[in-house]
Design a binder for this molecule. Sequence first.
Ligand code: FES
Length: 114
Amino acid sequence: MTWVRVAGADELPAGEALKAEIDGTPVCVVRLDAETVKAVHDVCSHEDEALHEGWVEDNAIECPAHGSMFDLDSGEPTMLPATRPVPSYRARIAEGAIWVDRDQQLNDAPEPRH
Ligand code: FES
């Protein structure tokens, strides 16, 4: 279990996403509201687009390339064309910062190639 600080809490507004690099893994970090952040692998399981460049909608992120939506807890696609999940990771806000623990994967999705 290794919590990594990826940004200050005031550096990511609600409804937006950023990319963090954790041990060589690109991670899409999403701020849902004042107290809630989520994290998924940043590479779309369809054709490798960067998810952090997409749009946040409720508890999902929409891929900017072809519109697949991924649930931010399960990592499962809820909209085609993607059919495979992306890894999701535990994330939190604490001590004025946003933290992600890549070792705590919340699903069993394989890492997309990148
Ligand atoms: S690359 Fe993400 S939906 Fe196609």
